[in-house]
Ligand binder design. Structure first.
Ligand code: ADP
Ligand code: ADP
Length: 230
């Protein structure tokens, strides 16, 4: 069964812009699917519809067979992690407090939260003894991005959405972070739908690549080598 199905999805913004037109696409369980295409072709809109930051104008989006528009968006976002460029960490909260955000909202007890925070920081390569008490401004761009990934994984969501996840990281750090992220993704089996304008990133991380053109039209959906040859 597919992890996410877009079934005839369309998004027309109130100003008349058709960001996504009649999109049909399946994301497989446990795959990393890259969305690529020119700026303004509807990639972010597609991601944001998937966690209901944006409501589709038509069509259905299914998460493991369930229509996501039924039910509570907050409950949905517990099952779908979201990582964006420049991550949006809370500047006045420590690394540990940032990672503990969602567990805090869910009322996890202290011991469980502490164990989870420690595990996540280890997972993304930030030793808790060194990093837990630091503030975002005391981190490099790559370290901040790692915290963003840890925070998004806090409740072990089956699906992760990432919008230009490593775009703000310097090129040298970016490749290492991509490779580590790939390892974590395989280990956890998380299904990842991610947007990038960096074709190299799409090829390095993607199991498949969806190429969009303007108006959110799916031009091609294929494995990286096929897309490169095209
Ligand atoms: P991409 O992520 O591929 O750069 P977006 O999904 O951000 O593309 O945008 C697709 C189109 O929708 C663009 O023409 C953009 O200007 C437009 N758009 C995005 N958000 C809004 C909005 N909130 N209101 C109106 N138009 C928008
Ligand atoms: P607070 O005063 O909000 O509890 P802390 O910074 O002490 O602030 O902790 C925030 C969260 O991060 C808590 O859930 C805590 O258990 C966890 N945490 C703090 N330090 C560590 C650490 N070194 N290893 C793992 N988890 C930690």
């Amino acid at each position: 069964e597919a992890a996410i199905v877009f079934d005839g999805v369309r998004k027309e913004y109130p100003n008349g812009t058709v960001a996504v037109g009649d999109l049909s696409l399946s994301v497989r369980e446990h795959e990393m699917l890259a969305l690529v295409g020119p700026s303004g072709c509807g990639k972010s809109t597609t991601l944001r519809m998937t966690n209901r930051l944006v409501e589709p104008s038509a069509g259905r989006i299914l998460l493991r067979g369930e229509d996501i528009t039924q039910g509570d968006p907050v409950a949905l976002r517990r099952r779908i992690g979201y990582v964006i460029q420049n991550v949006g960490l809370f500047p006045h909260r420590t690394v540990a407090q940032n990672v503990a955000t969602v567990p805090g909202l869910l009322g996890w007890d202290k011991a469980r939260t502490r164990a989870r925070v420690g595990e996540l920081l280890e997972l993304v390569g930030l030793a808790p003894d060194t990093y837990a008490k630091r503030y975002p401004h005391e981190l490099s761009g790559g370290e901040r991005q790692r915290v963003g990934v840890a925070r998004a994984l806090a409740t072990d969501p089956p699906v992760l959405l990432m919008d230009e996840p490593f775009g703000a990281v310097d090129p040298a750090g970016r490749r290492r972070l991509q490779t580590e992220f790939r390892r974590i993704q395989r280990e956890l089996g998380t299904t990842v739908l991610f947007v990038t304008h960096d074709i190299d990133e799409a090829v390095h991380l993607g199991d498949r690549i969806a190429v969009f053109s303007f108006g959110g039209r799916l031009e091609q959906l294929a494995e990286p080598l096929t897309v490169l040859a095209h």
